[in-house]
Ligand binder design. Structure first.
Ligand code: AMP
Length: 316
C-alpha cells in the first residue's frame, strides 16, 4: 500500500535579540561572564513548543562554540547569527537589590551590536510570527523590512536603555507591531502615565493593539481595547536570579502563538500563562542554567499548578 502523506511544515518563529555575555550579581552570589542575551532566553523558551525557530543576532569571535552548540542543540537555526571576526560580544552586567524586583545596570557594552546589519535567513522571510526581542530598534525595524510575507503576528520587547538612547527609532518600530511586551516601570516611562491602565491605553495609541505589561513576581497583564486579563506569577519558595525572566516570558508567549496558529485575544490569554510558566523556571537558577535542564514533564506539572492557583468557583 502506498501512502502519499504530505507532512505539514511546522510553523516558523523568527527571533531577534541580543546573544550576550552577562555578569550578574544577586544577594545569593555573583557570576563571571556567562551566556545571556534577550535572543538566547527567547530561543530557549520558545524551544518548548512545536515549531521551527531562527535567531537573528550578532556575536564576536570571543563567543564560545559551546554556546552556539547549545542553541543548535535546541533546534534553533543560527544561520542568521553573525560572528564578527576580531569583534567583541555584547556585554551586560547587572546587580539586583535585596527584593530581587529591581536591579541596577552596571554596564552595557554594545561592542559588535553597535554596527550590526541584521540578515534574515531566506527560509525565515515568511515566518508566521516575528519576535522582536530587546536590541536596537533600528535592527528590529530592519528585520521587519526584510520580511517577504506579512507575518501573522509581530511581537516587540524593549527596555529603558533604548527609550533613553534611541526613542525616535523605538517609536517608529512600535508603530509597526501588533503586540508589545514591556515591564511596568518601562510602560510608565514610555507613556508618562503612572497608572498601568492609562499607560496601556496610551501605548495602544502608539500602534500595538495588544499591550502586555510584565510585573515581575506580581505577574503580567494583557490589555486589548477596553479588556484586560491577568496571569499571576507562580509563588516560588526560592528566586535565585530574575535575569532573562522577561525574555523567557516573551519567548513562551510567542512560541505558543506560533505553535497554535491563533492570534485571537482569547488565545493570547493562554499564551501569557505559558509565558509566566516558563519564566517561573528561569528565575530558579543563575542565568540560563535552569532553562537548559528543563524538561516537558516539569513544564506540564507546573502548568497544572497554574491552573489550580487561578481557578475558583463563586456564586454570583
Ligand atoms: P531581562 O531580565 O528579561 O530584562 O533580560 C536580561 C537580558 O537582556 C540579559 O541577558 C542581557 O544580556 C540582555 N540585555 C540587557 N540590556 C540590554 C539591552 N540594552 N539591549 C538588549 N539586551 C539587553
Amino acid at each position: 500500500m502506498h501512502f502519499n502523506l504530505k507532512l505539514k511544515e511546522m510553523n516558523k518563529l523568527l527571533i531577534v535579540g541580543t546573544v550576550a555575555f552577562d555578569a550578574i550579581e544577586t544577594p545569593f552570589g555573583k557570576t563571571d561572564k556567562i551566556l545571556g542575551g534577550a535572543g538566547t532566553y527567547i530561543g530557549l523558551s520558545a524551544s518548548h513548543f512545536n515549531l521551527q525557530s531562527a535567531i537573528v543576532s550578532v556575536v564576536g569571535d570571543d563567543f564560545p562554540q559551546e554556546y552556539l552548540d547549545l542553541l543548535t542543540s535546541r533546534n534553533i537555526d543560527i544561520s542568521g547569527l553573525e560572528v564578527v571576526k576580531g569583534g567583541k560580544t555584547f556585554f551586560w552586567s547587572g546587580k539586583y537589590h535585596n527584593d530581587l524586583n529591581s536591579r541596577d545596570t552596571l554596564a552595557t557594552e554594545l561592542n559588535v551590536l553597535a554596527d550590526f546589519q541584521p540578515k534574515v535567513p531566506q527560509n525565515f522571510k515568511n515566518a508566521d510570527v516575528v519576535m522582536l526581542g530587546n536590541l536596537h530598534p533600528m535592527v528590529q525595524s530592519s528585520v521587519l523590512d526584510q520580511m517577504e510575507a506579512k507575518p501573522k503576528l509581530v511581537v516587540l520587547d524593549t527596555m529603558n536603555f533604548w527609550m533613553d538612547c534611541a526613542l525616535e527609532d523605538l517609536l517608529n518600530v512600535i508603530k509597526r507591531v501588533d503586540v508589545i511586551t514591556i515591564n511596568d516601570e518601562e510602560a510608565r516611562q514610555l507613556s508618562g502615565e503612572y497608572s498601568l491602565v492609562k499607560a496601556a491605553a496610551k501605548i495602544h495609541t502608539m500602534g500595538p493593539k495588544y499591550v502586555v505589561i510584565k510585573k515581575g513576581e506580581h505577574g503580567a497583564l494583557i490589555f486589548h481595547n477596553k479588556e484586560v486579563f491577568f496571569a499571576p506569577a507562580l509563588p516560588l519558595e526560592e528566586v535565585f536570579d530574575p535575569t532573562g525572566a522577561g525574555d523567557t516570558f516573551a519567548g513562551g508567549f510567542a512560541g505558543f502563538i506560533t505553535q497554535s496558529e491563533n492570534v485571537s485575544f482569547e488565545n493570547m490569554k493562554t499564551a501569557i500563562i505559558h509565558g509566566s510558566n516558563l519564566a517561573s523556571f528561569c528565575v530558579e537558577k543563575f542565568g540560563t542554567e535552569r532553562m537548559l535542564k528543563l524538561n516537558k514533564e516539569e513544564v506540564v506539572a507546573r502548568l497544572k499548578q497554574f491552573k489550580s492557583l487561578t481557578q475558583f468557583d463563586i456564586a454570583l
